[in-house]
Design a protein around this ligand. Structure first.
Ligand code: 2PG
Ligand code: MG
Length: 409
């Protein structure tokens, strides 16, 4: 294979207008891999820490470049281990999760180029030791976040994301059509009733004066205009409960509610009974373990109880979730943990435990970054969560899966 010749990095703006970094890794055979770093707004407390962009660029171009130059690029695990050891902290706060992630992922892209492989093929090789034939690839079901609140919007809806999830039996292209159709129907309905159609950070509408029940009923109304709810499609929520957890209570200000754990649980139960909810992400604050236990015990037979802030793509936290039966599905975001190898180990562990895998974007994304689309196909993820079916930085991920589908089928 080929050794690392050069690593350079620079600042770019992300979709929220915040600075992030983009790193370029060049191998001795001339192959190049470029990777930008996304950023979340609602972060788990144990996520890898991103350093300010200027600092991260400096670290990539000095400490990291010095350490990795001349090393064999195809030894992904060994390179990632060097980064982990050099950082030496549990949350990558020394070298920065962003510096580390940009290099780790860019190395894999450069290797794919060097081997003449598509990125998903190379990731597939890293993940399972072999390349799955194109016609045997498993494609993820897209999860469309079409109505926004929480930290992703400037409205007054506590819950972060309301999602449309096409049936698992529907192919990716048709699933995209469904998400897109429901999105535009919802838009027409919002216009007709005089609601705002401005969007949140992930492209979902962010109307004022909505509650969770109103959001779900409007989405269901829009869905029913063209599809059979409960057959063609279902619904999901990312509560991102940490963002409305204050002093031991879940404060849902738009309904003047201050709920304790049990009442919060009852609140979800009422929504689950009323709507075709199959997906509930971060229903409780990450330290409210009893809440998680309650949710998983009651809901896991009927829907996905999805851990995001609770696990932060970290195998150590995942172990605890598996042992204590806190969730039956996990979110995967490479920048939550920092290296590709740790991300792949996390996915493997979750798959072995029988959990559903949801590969996810961040609310702050960059326009051309499609890494998560290739990752989702490479590991046979169940779902790809990349926002609404609008806005360049969101649709580029869905379009990349479509491209892989078209190339292989
Ligand atoms: C989430 C993500 C993506 P953020 O909570 O799942 O939707 O949001 O990137 O802001 O953490
Ligand atoms: Mg989340």
């Amino acid at each position: 294979m080929s050794k690392v010749r050069k690593i350079s990095s620079h600042k770019i703006l992300n979709s929220r207008g915040d600075w992030t970094i983009e790193t370029e890794v060049t191998l001795e055979d001339g192959s190049v891999g470029v990777q930008a770093v996304p950023e979340g707004a609602s972060k788990g407390e144990n996520e890898a820490i991103g350093l300010p962009a200027d600092k991260a660029v400096e670290i990539v171009e000095t400490v990291i470049a010095d350490a990795l130059s001349g090393e064999e690029a195809s030894e992904q695990e060994a390179l990632d281990e060097v980064l982990i050891q050099m950082d030496g902290t549990p949350n990558k706060s020394h070298l920065g999760g962003n510096s580390i992630m940009s290099v780790s992922l860019a190395v894999s892209k450069a290797c794919a180029v060097s081997k003449g492989l598509e990125l998903y093929e190379y990731l597939n090789l890293l993940y399972s030791g072999r390349i799955v034939d194109g016609d045997k690839l498993k494609f993820p079901t897209p999860v469309f976040n079409i109505l926004n609140g929480g930290k992703h919007a400037r409205n007054h809806l506590s819950f972060q994301e309301f999602m449309v999830i096409p049936s698992r039996s529907i192919n990716f292209e048709k699933a995209l059509e469904i998400g897109d159709k429901v999105y535009h129907t919802l838009e027409e309905n919002l216009v007709a009733q005089g609601s705002q159609t401005g969007v949140g950070d992930e492209g979902g509408f962010a109307p004022e004066g909505f509650t969770a029940a109103k959001a779900l009923s409007e989405i269901r109304k829009a869905a029913k205009q063209n599809f059979t709810v409960g057959k063609d499609l279902f619904f999901g929520m990312d509560a991102a409960a940490e963002s409305f957890y204050k002093n031991g209570k879940y404060c849902i200000e738009e309904e003047a509610l201050e709920l304790d754990r049990v009442n919060m649980f009852e609140y979800y139960k009422a929504l689950q009974t009323e709507y075709e909810l199959v997906y509930l992400e971060d229903p409780f604050y990450e330290k409210d373990i009893e809440g998680w236990k309650m949710a998983n015990k009651e809901f896991s037979k009927k829907m996905m109880v999805v851990a995001d802030d609770l696990v932060v793509t970290n195998s150590g936290f995942l172990e605890n979730v598996i042992k204590n039966e806190l969730a039956n599905a996990v979110i995967v975001k490479p920048n939550q943990v920092g290296t590709l190898s740790e991300t792949l180990r996390f996915i493997k562990k979750a798959q072995e435990a029988g959990m559903s895998i949801v590969i996810s974007h961040r609310s702050g994304e960059t326009g051309e970054d499609t890494f998560i689309a290739d990752l989702a196909v490479a590991v046979g993820a169940d779902f790809l969560k990349a926002g609404a079916p609008v806005r360049g930085e969101r649709v580029v991920k869905y379009n990349r899966v479509l491209e892989i589908l078209n190339e292989t089928h």
